[in-house]
Design a binder for this molecule. Structure first.
Ligand SMILES: NC(=O)C1=CN([C@@H]2O[C@H](COP(=O)(O)OP(=O)(O)OC[C@H]3O[C@@H](n4cnc5c(N)ncnc54)[C@H](O)[C@@H]3O)[C@@H](O)[C@H]2O)[C@@H](O)CC1
Ligand SMILES: Nc1ncnc2c1ncn2[C@@H]1O[C@H](COP(=O)(O)OP(=O)(O)O)[C@@H](O)[C@H]1O
Ligand SMILES: [K+]
Length: 501
């Protein structure tokens, strides 16, 4: 796991690396700038590009100066450096880099306080005004310059963090931020890159390693972790020799109504393809033919109108409830019965989440380790209105700890909040997966892993990763157009095989 550090912790890691490596801070700046330039020249190979580097007078600006110098050395000769002298302060490393660049023959311009902003002829702008040192929203000259840059509609590549973007913490919805087509960020993604708040400001980001002390980074306490493929490889267990269907558990999926049988089919398919030994779907009678036709491997328990189905609860190693279930009295009675009769973790999704939101007394019977898989709207119905995702992240970790449950809050970077108050951010999945029924398959996968005796936390973290990874594998050949949930379910065995090879 990669601990996602706050800006303050990154400063600590910078300072620690400077002392223990040892390396001077100006040389660490040199290393960071070199990493930026390495990425930049690989992707912008035309040396005739006209480039303007906008520098502040802090260390982000120091990076900008070093980057301008290095690009010039790489024979990008059309470079114009604009230094925003909006403050009397400048860092030592900024000044050192200014001395280094002064006699190289580059165009250097200073932008003064309350001055007129110059015309811009360059085609690419490098934003090195402010980085992770941001400590208040942009105002005055900085805000005007950011607005000016945005109005130019040029390609903007930001150094570390776009100017005005808060790396972590709650950001004002109307904050002025330099809009970056690309952010080349140092060492690790900043927490707020992973939240939808970043969408209006950042098109994409890339991490470059600047060699901060790994051991020290790992030793820092962080509630937020970024999940990598290596983590999933260590969670997933290969199938064993001499095993049989009993080895891999029996999942029960309570889902579907006449008009929403698809949700039951897709979640059951997710469970079967993710490797549960047996998958039973608890569905209305009208769906039986569809179930048997869609996947004959599935078994059924029939729900008759007005009566609870006769279920031997203990027979199942994991139960999910909710996809396409509806919110009528029968659905509520079923959810109540599941909570009363089953004391192992239950996967609660879709309509079952909405029922839980409307019937708060149900909370008292929610078994420890239970997994809730809400999307944003379901989350807000459960826990109240939130203005932004930073607030949702705080609520998710708090509620997971309070109720001893896991909360899978679905999004581009789906987060799994666990009972110990941590949140794990997923790195797989793509926009081709934004299609109805995708969440149903995820519910099936997580239930399947739970049935196969993975812990609730591992089932969530690995389930979310596998779901997104299968989606990535399918979306790449179709240029990220669309991936249908049923096809994604079929991809799972291959995705899992690659990860356990
Ligand atoms: N050794 C290090 O600490 C390293 C730092 N690096 C760079 O340093 C950056 C951080 O540098 P700094 O901490 O100097 O900070 P910045 O360069 O981001 O900002 C400079 C200063 O501007 C002021 N400021 C903050 N918000 C403002 C606002 N809204 N309006 C006006 N002024 C504002 C603050 O006093 C801040 O210290 C990183 O983003 C990265 O680019 C890299 O060179 C890698 C090594
Ligand atoms: N733009 C996107 N990028 C990444 N993942 C996405 C995107 N859109 C949807 N997904 C994934 O697809 C799933 C959608 O779940 P949900 O909204 O519950 O769908 P449904 O209710 O239609 O089954 C989630 O796992 C989500 O992470
Ligand atoms: K910047």
């Amino acid at each position: 796991m990669l601990p996602l550090l706050t800006a303050q912790q990154i400063r600590q890691a910078d300072a620690h690396t400077v002392i223990t490596e040892p390396i001077s801070s100006v040389n660490l700046m040199e290393r960071a700038s070199k990493a930026f330039v390495g990425w930049f020249i690989n992707h912008f190979q035309d040396k005739d590009l006209t480039i303007a580097v906008y520098c502040g007078t802090g260390n982000n600006g120091g990076d900008g100066l070093a980057i301008a110098r290095m690009l010039y050395d790489h024979r990008y000769l059309n470079i114009d450096v604009k230094i925003a002298r909006f403050s009397d302060n400048a860092t030592e490393d900024f000044n050192t880099n200014l001395d280094r660049i002064k006699n190289m023959g580059l165009d250097l311009h200073e932008l003064k306080r309350d001055g007129v902003l110059p015309a811009e002829n360059a085609s690419i702008l490098i934003d090195a005004l402010l980085g992770s040192g941001l400590n208040k929203p942009l105002s005055g000259d900085y805000e005007q310059l950011a607005q000016h840059i945005n109005a130019l509609n040029k390609t903007v590549v930001a150094v570390d963090v776009p100017t005005g973007f808060l790396p972590d913490g709650e950001m004002a919805a109307d904050a002025t931020v330099v809009k970056a087509d690309l952010v080349i960020t140092f060492q690790q993604p900043k927490l707020n890159f992973l939240l939808p708040e970043s969408a209006p400001h950042i098109n994409c980001w890339e991490v470059v390693n600047i060699g901060l002390d790994e051991g020290f980074v790992q030793s820092l306490e962080s509630s937020y972790q970024f999940v990598s493929e290596k983590d999933i490889k260590s969670i997933l267990k290969p199938r064993k020799r001499f095993s049989n269907k009993g080895t891999y558990g029996h999942a029960l999926i309570i889902a579907g109504q006449a008009k929403t049988m698809g949700a039951a089919l897709l979640s059951s398919a997710g469970s079967a393809y993710a490797g549960a030994g047996l998958t039973t779907a608890c569905i209305p009678e009208s769906g039986l033919t569809a179930l048997n036709t869609y996947l004959p491997e599935l078994m059924a328990i029939i729900r008759k109108e007005g009566a609870l189905p006769d279920v031997n609860w203990e027979q199942f190693t994991a139960i999910a409830i909710g996809p396409g279930l509806g919110k009528d009295t029968a659905a509520l009675n079923l959810l109540t019965a599941v909570f009363e009769n089953y004391n192992k973790p239950i996967v609660v999704d879709a309509d079952a989440l909405n029922l839980l939101a409307e019937n708060t007394s149900l909370w008292q019977n929610v078994p420890e380790g239970t997994i809730l898989t809400p999307h944003m709207k379901e989350f807000d119905r459960l826990f109240g209105k939130h203005n932004n995702w930073w607030q949702r992240l705080q609520t998710a970790t708090k509620m997971a700890a309070k109720h001893h449950i896991c909360i899978v809050l679905k999004n581009d970077y789906t987060m799994v909040a666990t009972p110990d108050g941590k949140a794990y951010f997923n790195s797989t999945s793509n926009a081709a997966m934004a299609t109805g029924g995708m969440g149903d398959v995820l519910t099936g996968i997580i239930t399947s892993l739970l049935a196969q005796k993975y812990s609730p936390q591992d089932a969530c973290i690995a389930g979310v990763y596998l779901h997104g990874k299968a989606g990535d594998e399918l979306a790449t050949p179709n240029r990220m157009n669309v991936v249908l949930p049923g096809r994604l379910a079929q991809q799972l065995p291959l995705t899992m095989a690659k990860l356990t090879a």
